[in-house]
Design a protein around this ligand. Sequence first.
Ligand SMILES: NC(=O)C1=CN([C@@H]2O[C@H](COP(=O)(O)OP(=O)(O)OC[C@H]3O[C@@H](n4cnc5c(N)ncnc54)[C@H](OP(=O)(O)O)[C@@H]3O)[C@@H](O)[C@H]2O)[C@@H](O)CC1
Ligand SMILES: [K+]
Length: 507
Amino acid sequence: MHAISLERKHALHSVAATRTLEAAAAAGLPAHTLMRRAGAATARLALALAPHARHVWIACGRGNNGGDGLEAALCLHLAGRAVSVTWLGEPDAAPADARAAWQRASEAGVVFAPGPPTDLGPGDLCIDALLGIGLSASALPGGGPPRHAPSGALQELLQALRTSQAMVLAVDVPSGLDADTGQYADGFAPDSIPMAPRHTLSLLTLKPGLFTAQGRDACGSVWLDDLGCGALAPRATAQLGTEHPVNARPQAPHASHKGSFGDVAVVGGEGLAARGMGMTGAAWLAARAALHGGAGRVMVALLDEGATTAPPWPELMLRRVDALDWPQLTAVCGCGGGEAVRAVLPAALARAPRLVLDADGLNAVAGDGALARALRARADAGLASILTPHPLEAARLLQCTTAQVQANRLAAAQALAGRYACTVVLKGSGSVTASPGELPVINARGNARLATAGTGDVLAGLIGARLAQGLTPHQAASSAVQAHGAAADHWPAHQALTASALAAALQ
Ligand SMILES: NC(=O)C1=CN([C@@H]2O[C@H](COP(=O)(O)OP(=O)(O)OC[C@H]3O[C@@H](n4cnc5c(N)ncnc54)[C@H](OP(=O)(O)O)[C@@H]3O)[C@@H](O)[C@H]2O)[C@@H](O)CC1
Ligand SMILES: [K+]
């Protein structure tokens, strides 16, 4: 068992892949072995997390997730800890593994109670073994006729886990969270983020839903125990994090010059005169990020007709759009582009060998079939494209709703990558980078402090710098997303995170 380090990459497996592994592993082992191992691992982690707990309360559901909880109860009881179990199952209706676990726990004298002890305090521990990967698909958003929201005893136990002052350890997955998508099933989402610390012990595999959408908030710290079956794991579904270099420069030869690291041109920043909204700041932010991200030279072509603006940072060079030497550039197009960017896109799409399309650039493509076809045609011409939509922009590009994008972020990013034959970064909690023929990458870094104006422009500029330095689009995008998140994770607690300061802190 180990805590998931964000410094390394990790394989992620869907529920279906995990079920395949479970079946293969179980076939070679005596009956109930996997569940015993799962229970023992849960108990070990419980003892490590809350060594001084006066009481451990375990909420167990009717399925095998509850069986893991019963096995953990037995282990903790045998270790001399004060344990009580609330089990929603019935021996005659329980699956075989869970029934065996109940029998062993009962015979050993584990205490069963109708609910949690009334005096659970901050030093105590709750274990959530109500629902695991057997969450019914029909209860998932968009997954068919809605099943009834959790009711009665299940609802009461969920509520007790969420309002308890005691730390919560979730077995396999926080109950009600879809392990594939990171979305709660209907009726399972908490009203607010619980205050007590949370941990999740993922069993057999790490699942994608633990790290994207609502997964990060639901899980807290994530641990993995492969139950001794890691060698049997099938092909990964996705990857958590990346090990690509954060900045290509440190490996560069001494005899380098500014041309060695590529030219980035940021095209965006509609002026105040166009529609009464000045958005030039977005272009400057992207440009600053490209500079700090290691691009050799950074040019800015503002969509601000007639304005004479001095660059806010002297390293940046101003260009008119018609003076851009497209074939030599990595273009970052769209940041603060407003309506004006639409006129520039035909040239950028046809001529830029490497293109990052952000914000209004994406909206323009979503609303114009000819631009969409031009984007799609770039792959056949050997031109590299990266799209960086947030969920609403992704929904426009896919002609669906934001809720449908969020219901399965991995699938949405992959659908976009397929539709436009390019790399896609679907932003949001647990950003997903997808490219045709590549394993999608879920970013594990970053935090809510990134939810401030301009950080998306910074990301687009950084991706442009990575692309200009010769990384593949998939590497450039996934490593930039990770570096952007890591910068926020290392941000001093007392210091405001602004996009401008973030751009300057990039490495
Ligand atoms: N077997 C093994 O080898 C191993 C298994 N392992 C463990 O088993 C877990 C998977 O077990 P599982 O398949 O039994 O599913 P599980 O997560 O307990 O849920 C099923 C229960 O939930 C209920 N339920 C579902 N949706 C619902 C809803 N919307 N609202 C309300 N209720 C709902 C459903 O009710 P029903 O549909 O029967 O009415 C049923 O009672 C896995 O996560 C891991 O912890 C590990 O030990 C490794 C070895
Ligand atoms: K659970």
